[in-house]
Every structure is written in C-alpha cells, then in structure tokens.
Ligand binder design. Structure first.
Ligand code: RB5
Length: 144
C-alpha cells in the first residue's frame, strides 16, 4: 500500500516507529511530518497530509500528534478526509468496516495497550462493508 503520514513534535518517535514498521512490511510511506521536536502547529501537518492524499495514489493516511486528538480534529476539517482516532484493535477494524475512514490518528504520548502497528495492520486488513454504511458515509462527506 501507499501511505501518507504526518506528525507534529509530540509524535516524532511514534512516527519513526510506524514508518519503519510499514516499510519493513513492504509498504511505501511518504513522510510529511516533522523529524525533530521543535514545536509546530498540528493543523499544518494535517492540512499537508490531506492535500497530499487528495493528489491521489494513496491508500490511506496516518496523522499523529501528542494525544492524537488535535491532528484528528484538524484532519476531519479537510475536504474528503474521514479521520478516525484509533485506540485498540476494535476501533482500528470498525473505522474501516463501518466508516470507511481514509485517515487514522494516533498519539505519541499515549501508552496504548496494543502496539500501534498491530492496530494499523487491523485497519489495513479490514474492508468497508458498504450497504447502509455507504449511505451514512455519504452523509458524512456531504457535511463538508
Ligand atoms: C502539542 O503540545 C500537543 O498539544 C499536540 O501534539 C496534540 O496533543 C494536540 O492535540
């Protein structure tokens, strides 16, 4: 798969872990995030990732900040982006099956009970179910 990723200063180590893990699994990752801990504003990284995704050719995007919250909110304000903040294997799977999330977010300062790469694997394995969920996702997309 081809994946765009972006992060702020609160998630540099997590971003590096994700990029290394995805590349080791044979995926292509385009990194638009920051690579040091100089303070930046996460809406800028979310906007950059969304703009890159909208160019086409990407399967999905990953955005990371300290909590995963701010950059998720910012991503969801970008046209065409449905970003899910993933916490566990259930949310990782269901955000694809029911919401057709095209972005997922994580927090670099969160102590997850499941490895983030396992959650990303669960998201990547899942498939959108369509049907009644397609109607609901269309309503989401019509909102902005
Ligand atoms: C930056 O200190 C922090 O606020 C940001 O990474 C994120 O957690 C915001 O939601």
């Amino acid at each position: 798969m081809r994946i765009v990723i972006a992060n702020d200063h609160g998630a540099v180590a997590l971003k590096n872990e994700i990029v290394a893990g995805l590349k080791a699994r044979g995926h292509e990752v385009v990194n638009l995030g920051v690579d040091d801990e100089t303070s930046v504003d996460y809406p800028d990284q979310a906007a950059a990732a969304a703009a890159e995704y909208r160019k086409g050719g990407y399967d999905f995007g990953i955005v990371c900040c300290g909590s995963g919250v701010g950059i998720s909110i910012a991503a969801n304000k970008q046209k065409g982006i449905r970003c899910a903040q993933v916490f566990d294997l259930y949310t990782a799977e269901m955000c694809k099956r029911h919401n057709n999330a095209n972005f997922i977010s994580f927090g670099g300062r969160i102590a997850y009970s499941v490895p983030v790469l396992d959650m990303i694997d669960a998201y990547m394995r899942a498939e959108f179910e369509g049907g009644r969920h397609a109607r609901r996702v269309q309503k989401l997309d019509d909102m902005c």
